[in-house]
Design a protein around this ligand. Structure first.
Ligand SMILES: Nc1ncnc2c1ncn2[C@@H]1O[C@H](COP(=O)(O)OP(=O)(O)OP(=O)(O)O)[C@@H](O)[C@H]1O
Length: 357
């Protein structure tokens, strides 16, 4: 397999981005400009066009205020072949096309991009659901079967919750069997994947200069072996509350630094470093799974980071076939430099000391 490369990105009515088509070379593209220029929006648009995925709370946010629809398009090179991926957003829905044919997110290449953002600190300081979302999104890209099992499990939970709310004790017997089978599968897959994920994240955390060892552990609401018994034991409580209280949808990923819970005790910089380590693990796992590194999108390469950590990010960007790095300062060593202002991106001549020999 050849690496996926974003050759062109086109946007229309995407947040504050001026309608345009930008070309990206292999290697590192540096995008810099003042706060609010649209650098994050550009990376988000690239991630959406490459993967069909977005971390925005609501799709409407992505559409330029006052407009009804937005559109992003990636011209993607893989080896010698070019494909066109289009995403249309309107009325709270997204429509994907590859070479003009309607498709689903799961059918787009699953290892094509990784996005690293300052907001990733939420993986450490935020809620269990944010860590679960990280894990599920990553594992769903590593395994189509995991994504499928997870979506069947989530449907089963919501049907079971409906039965709980209606007090249908008899119906719970029907839902418990698939819930336990699917839930155990998910827990086992998570536990297996976590071994390598932890190894990679620990390595990155140490490379990033952290003196405290990072440990990652699944906090499960039940032992998979006794899932059915736990459900049975908590049935009265579940009927009273109208929700399924046990299973992988309630599990957490516990991150500790030097033995202390990172969400509670880590400094901002330590938390950002641990979150970076999780993204590093994501990049490596996708590279191992698909045989080629994804396009790496790094937002705000200086935010909250000391010189050693900034250098780690720059080295990481230089190590993959293609990366786009944004910041309020121009990242050194970029093949292409784009200056951002008011949603527009203007190529700049390379500074003399950065010209290749
Ligand atoms: N749907 C939208 N319609 C219009 N403008 C929007 C929309 N969504 C976001 N914006 C605006 O886009 C602008 C650029 O945001 P962006 O986060 O990309 O900036 P940035 O260059 O990354 O800034 P910073 O350096 O502060 O991180 C902001 O001023 C924001 O208000």
């Amino acid at each position: 397999m050849a690496p996926v490369r974003l050759s062109k990105l086109s946007t229309l009515n995407y947040r504050n981005l001026a309608p345009d088509t930008l070309e990206f070379p292999a290697g590192v593209t540096g995008v810099w400009g003042e706060n609010g220029a649209g650098k994050t929006n550009l990376l988000e648009a690239a991630y959406l066009a490459l993967t069909g995925r977005t971390e925005a709370g609501r799709l409407e946010e992505l559409v330029l205020a006052g407009q009804a629809e937005a559109y992003v398009r990636a011209d993607v090179l893989e080896g010698g072949s070019l494909s066109v991926q289009e995403v249309g957003i309107g009325r709270g829905r997204r429509q994907l096309k590859v070479d003009g044919v309607r498709t689903r997110t799961g059918d787009l290449p699953r290892g094509s991009a990784v996005l690293i953002r300052p907001e990733d600190s939420e993986l450490v300081f935020g809620s269990p659901s944010q860590r679960r979302a990280y894990l599920d999104s990553l594992l769903g890209r590593l395994s189509a079967r995991y994504a499928e099992q997870l979506s069947r499990y989530e449907r089963t939970v919501s049907q079971r919750n409906a039965a709980l709310r209606e007090g249908q004790d008899w119906a719970l017997d029907v839902w418990d069997a698939p819930l336990v089978t699917l839930g155990r599968d998910i827990m086992e897959f998570r536990a297996r994947a976590l071994v390598r994920l932890e190894e990679l994240a620990r390595h990155a955390n140490a490379e990033l200069g952290s003196r405290k060892a990072l440990d990652i552990r699944l906090l499960e609401s039940t032992d998979p072996a006794s899932y059915a018994q736990t459900l049975h034991a908590r049935r009265a409580e579940e009927l009273a509350r109208g929700v399924t209280l046990t299973g992988p949808h309630r599990d957490d990923l516990e991150l500790t630094l030097g033995g202390l819970n990172a969400g509670t005790y880590a400094s901002r910089g330590e938390g950002r470093t641990a979150a970076l380590s999780l993204r590093y693990a994501e990049l490596q796992l996708l590279s191992e799974r698909f045989g080629e590194p994804p396009v790496l999108l790094i937002d705000d390469w200086t935010a909250e980071l000391d010189p050693q950590r900034r250098q780690f990010l720059l080295d990481l960007a230089a190590s993959v076939p293609q990366a786009i790095v944004t910041g309020t300062e121009q990242p050194p060593g970029a093949q292409l430099a784009l200056q951002a202002a008011a949603g527009r991106f203007t190529p700049q001549p390379q500074r003399q000391e950065e010209m290749p020999a």
